[in-house]
Design a protein around this ligand. Structure first.
Ligand code: ADP
Ligand code: ZN
Ligand code: ZN
Length: 736
């Protein structure tokens, strides 16, 4: 054996996923002085990358590299004592990088919290109050505010050292508390109480029982359960029972919730049911807490991990069940960077972890319904509402020829009046457009307020005297007159929530609350809404999409859809599916407890068949109709769709680029694959960039994957101008 061969044999190559937008893993040599057996896949490594030092994840090790050995650099340090990402989750990351054609380092990074991505340590020890600390009277630390704050923070159980420090507790404070024997170190809790629940739920209905039995029967194996049930039919109760069973078997459950649904009320419902710890993961958490919750999921300390989209990649020591609530919700698809669907990833994860996954919705996606029809998913239904409420009656108001004020007919106004002012109940009015009016026009010269950066009009926000673009965020103050001719005679067209709000306030003696992202932001808005809803005070709640998510509005008796027509215009082939989901969801808010809730839909097209079926309360029938159309046009879920998208400041660059990618890849594509385009996006200019798309439609999923890979390879090979940016979007949720 020559010395060179001997050396090669002893070499140990680390394949590292580095968080950079490149599709490959990178080869490194082990850090100087670190032996091979200290290195396990799933650990973090500090590595040199160009001039930077980055935190990567060890994917696996090899005896050989395709690179010449002398070119390889040593990793700088091993950051963990044991792997942070367990094997099934590593497989999930690999699968996702391949399926979504995304940079593997960025996919692996999705499994870590921001602090861990920066290379910070995983908390090893936590602090908890001693019995003395727990027994402390409220006045005893009056003179030491920082100590009192720290004690308050520990009141609900152990908190990691890192998290306390991140919350501003100084090491001097910690020292003092230890000296006074008020606090002691402990390991993160990992034993759940023997009884995993605190309270038992209601007696189950027969339909609930069927679904729960089926999920239980599939424990420890991969199975997908689709639970379809109107709002208020007891889906959450089904989740809780399935989780309970999972906890009893000593396994953890992961629960995904749409962004807007993750409110303290939701979390409280889980916390009050289970005595096993509940961890919470979403981007709004402070870094320290997020890390603690991440740790309790990954060590097995938490029984239940609840989170939004990004939690689908969080490590869980011993996963026994995944629940995806409101599985049709758009927020499960990430729309930038790593464009994945958390629902689809969860189904794959369940397969890799060999556990059941439960997808729940009142309006399942057509993808899931079709999978159920093909027998891939078990389909369970809850047809009746719990808590006595019956389904509301639905009625259409034909707007043709009617007088409208702020878009509201006298008939609808009268209904609102009798519900709120006479009946003392709540009315919920849905209008999916913010601002005062979507168009501002000069009556004398015809000028229209357009966005300078998009093919879109500026929306008038009268309250703040602003013109704002809802597509790129551009805004400017409202001029006193027409910028073109100076005329003071400006007209508004169309209707937004601001306008409806001022009209209703002037007409009604009860409070009118506006709930949209202008009035309130994110979680706050939801909180306010829920407080109002639960207070039961007679009022009108007026708002956008935010109203449609699966919450409990016990006192709402009337739901009004002010402008159903605005929902019917959509260039997206999913437009009808979305409209049906939205209308069914919004009408699900009415009469959840009170008998005789009603839903009123205003439209100029009362004969629209889609509206007709929706008012007949038959989501399955609508879904079947839309599925037939999709089947005949080979669109998802019957075909596999991906899109290559490009945008540039120059009008034609994106088009040229996509044409070149098309010409290069066309011959190499599977037979059942068709390329369509390049086509301009429906809004062809947005935020100053011209956007183009190339559709790639395959009949078989396997061909779709091959085609996506070929397209990406062809695009990556092209010389492009510096300004152009492009990406592939697999299973796009939004094709306009
Ligand atoms: P969903 O998640 O489908 O909207 P929930 O699980 O929140 O429905 O149930 C709606 C309401 O009915 C809740 O107040 C819940 O406690 C109650 N509920 C659920 N299942 C039952 C049951 N089997 N018996 C009585 N009440 C129930
Ligand atoms: Zn003018
Ligand atoms: Zn704009």
């Amino acid at each position: 054996m020559t010395p060179a061969e001997g050396q090669e044999h002893a070499t140990f190559i680390l394949r590292v996923a580095v968080p950079v937008p490149l599709r490959d893993v990178f080869d490194y040599l082990p850090p100087q002085g670190v032996s091979a057996d200290a290195l396990l896949p799933g650990m973090r490594l500090r590595v040199p990358f160009g001039r930077r030092k980055l935190t990567g994840i060890l994917v696996d090790t090899r005896a050989e590299s395709e690179q010449p050995l002398e070119k390889l650099k040593h990793a700088l340090a091993v950051l963990d004592e044991s792997p942070l990402i367990p094997a099934p989750l590593r497989d999930l990351c690999q699968w996702s990088a391949d399926y979504y054609q995304h940079a593997i380092g960025e996919v692996f990074a999705a499994a870590l919290t921001p602090t861990l991505r920066e290379g910070r340590e995983v908390p090893k020890s936590s602090w908890r109050l001693t019995s003395r600390g727990l027994g402390l009277g409220p006045a005893s630390l009056k003179r030491a505010k920082s100590q009192a704050d720290a004690v308050a923070r520990l009141q609900n159980g152990p908190v990691s050292h890192e998290s306390l420090r991140a919350d501003g507790v100084s090491s001097a404070t910690l020292r003092e508390l230890r000296k006074k024997d008020l606090m002691e170190a402990c390991l993160p809790a990992s034993n759940w109480p023997a009884e995993v629940t605190r309270e038992s739920g209601p007696t189950l209905s027969a339909e609930q029982g069927l679904c729960i039995d089926a999920v239980k029967a599939s424990a420890d194996t991969f199975a997908v359960h689709l639970l379809e049930g109107v709002t208020g039919s007891g889906k959450t109760e089904v989740y809780l029972r399935c989780i309970e069973d999972c906890l009893r078997r000593g396994k953890q459950a992961l629960v995904l919730i749409p962004e807007i649904g993750l409110t303290p009320q939701t979390v409280a419902r889980f916390e009050s049911r289970f005595s096993a710890p509940v961890a919470l993961l979403h981007s709004g958490l402070a870094d320290g807490r997020r890390l603690d919750h991440w740790v309790s999921g990954s060590t097995g300390a938490a029984g239940v991990v609840i989170g939004t989209r990004s939690a689908s990649f969080t490590p869980i020591a011993n996963l026994g069940l995944i629940v995806v609530d409101e599985e049709h919700d758009g927020s499960y698809k990430q729309q930038d960077g790593f464009r994945y669907s958390a629902r689809d990833v969860s189904v794959k994860r369940a397969q890799l972890e060999a556990c059941p996954v439960l997808l729940g919705s009142a309006t399942p996606s057509l993808e899931s319904l079709q999978n159920a029809k093909r027998g891939r998913y078990q389909h369970h239904r809850l047809r009746e509402r719990q808590a006595g409420g019956s389904l509301p009656a639905m009625r259409i108001i034909d707007l043709r020829g009617l007088a409208l004020r702020a878009g509201i007919s006298d008939e609808l106004l009268a209904e609102v009046r009798s519900t709120v002012e006479l009946g003392g109940r709540q009315a919920l009015l849905f209008l999916n457009r913010r601002g005062f009016a979507p168009t501002l026009q000069c009556h004398d010269c015809g000028w229209i307020a357009d966005c300078d950066h998009c093919d879109a009009r500026l929306t008038l926000h009268l309250r703040n005297r602003l013109l704002r673009c809802h597509h790129c965020g551009y805004q400017r103050p409202l001029d006193p007159g027409c910028p073109q001719c100076g005329s003071k005679s400006l007209l508004t067209h169309g209707l937004g929530t601001e306008q409806a709000e001022s009209f209703l306030k002037a007409e009604l003696s009860c409070p009118v609350y506006r709930i949209d992202s202008d009035a309130m932001r994110g979680v706050d808005a939801m909180e306010t809404l829920l407080d109002i809803a639960h207070s039961g005070e007679p009022c009108v709640i007026l708002g956008t999409q935010m109203l449609t998510k699966g919450h409990h509005f016990p006192a709402v008796q009337l739901v009004g859809v002010i402008d159903a027509d605005a929902l019917t215009y959509s260039a997206d082939f999913r437009g009808e599916e979305r409209m049906a989901q939205l209308l069914v969801q919004v009408s699900g808010r009415a009469g959840r407890e009170a008998a005789g809730g009603s839903v009123v839909v205003q439209t100029h097209y009362p004969e629209n068949p889609l509206l007709q079926t929706i008012t007949a309360q038959n989501y399955d029938q609508i879904a079947d109709t839309i599925l037939e159309q999709r089947a005949s046009s080979h669109l998802p879920p019957f075909g596999h769709l991906c899109m290559l998208r490009a945008d540039a400041a120059n009008e034609s660059e994106g088009e040229e680029f996509l044409k070149a990618a098309r010409d290069r890849s066309q011959r190499l594509l599977p037979r059942d694959t068709t390329l369509i385009g390049p086509l301009p996006a429906a809004m062809s200019r947005r935020a100053g960039r011209f956007r183009w798309q190339l559709w790639c439609l395959s009949q078989k999923r396997s061909s779709g994957l091959v085609a996506a890979r070929r397209l990406v390879a062809a695009a990556a090979d092209l010389k492009q101008s510096r300004d152009l940016s492009w990406f592939i979007d697999i299973d796009p949720s939004d094709v306009v």
